[in-house]
Ligand binder design. Structure first.
Ligand code: ADP
Ligand code: AMP
Length: 225
């Protein structure tokens, strides 16, 4: 089972991917997290992509594809995985299609307005050690006054690309690329549109029921019950 989360930065992809992981056990693969780790560790890859990421542009397709390819080969992805932030354009979707074998696929487009995203990302705080995400405003996953990560105790930071001008640039890039992707997955009959403006639990309820339905159809048709 391959679950793909599409949506602009701030629509809640990472938050929902974590909930899917907790509920169904499918690991989250966030290309943004993998790239940020490389930057944080100062690897060759990190040095190469750091400037591009800072201004909100997309990293080269081949680079992200390689990260995904390496990650989905690990044993924990055997039953399924969640792709968060990949694919970002039609070319990446076509490259992914060529690379993967399993056919079960669900694609969620999590929709949210630019206004909502700007508000959310102004309050986003992240842990660069364990990739946990918080918000200083929302009740859900609210940071406490220590601004430390509940998981690992590291100091929470504002992402370099969560500045209003960079958020607007990322949103523009998203809008430019999303239509062909949506058409592609709608054409395959695997696309579900989700209202991402709702509270976290409500968004997850919608996603969860679709995954459950797909999983039960799958076990019936493949005799896996
Ligand atoms: P993305 O992965 O799409 O960039 P995140 O999951 O990091 O988005 O969410 C962006 C910010 O908005 C985070 O601070 C998160 O806590 C918060 N958030 C996520 N989903 C919602 C929601 N449905 N309502 C309000 N805030 C949310
Ligand atoms: P995200 O954490 O998904 O918001 O991604 C942060 C940044 O990482 C993006 O603005 C891009 O610079 C880069 N990035 C993440 N995923 C991709 C991708 N699939 N293709 C190209 N660049 C990506």
């Amino acid at each position: 089972m391959r679950i793909i989360l599409l949506g602009p930065a701030g629509s809640g992809k990472g938050t929902q991917a974590d909930l899917i992981m907790e509920t169904f056990g499918f690991p989250k693969i966030s290309t943004g997290d993998l790239l940020r780790q490389a930057v944080q560790q100062g690897t060759e890859l990190g040095k190469k992509v750091s400037e591009v990421m800072k201004v909100g542009n997309l990293v080269e397709d081949e680079i992200v594809l390689k990260l995904v390819e390496e990650r989905i080969q690990l044993p924990d992805c055997r039953q399924g995985y969640v792709l968060d932030g990949f694919p970002r354009n039609l070319n990446q979707a076509l490259l992914l299609e060529k690379m993967v074998k399993e056919s079960q696929e669900i694609v969620f487009e999590i929709e949210a307005t630019e206004e909502e995203i700007l508000k959310r990302l102004a309050g986003r705080r992240v842990c660069l050690q364990c990739q946990a995400v918080y918000n200083i405003n929302n009740d859900n996953n609210k940071t406490d006054n220590s601004y430390r990560c509940n998981n690992c105790g590291s100091k929470l930071v504002i992402r370099e690309d969560d500045k209003p001008e960079v958020i607007r640039e990322r949103y523009k890039i998203y809008i430019r690329n999303i239509k062909p992707l949506i058409d592609y997955y709608a054409g395959k009959g695997v696309l579900f549109q989700i209202d991402g403006q709702k509270p976290v639990e409500e968004v997850f309820r919608a996603i969860k029921s679709i995954i459950e339905k797909k999983l039960s159809n799958y076990s019936v048709s493949s005799g896996r019950r």
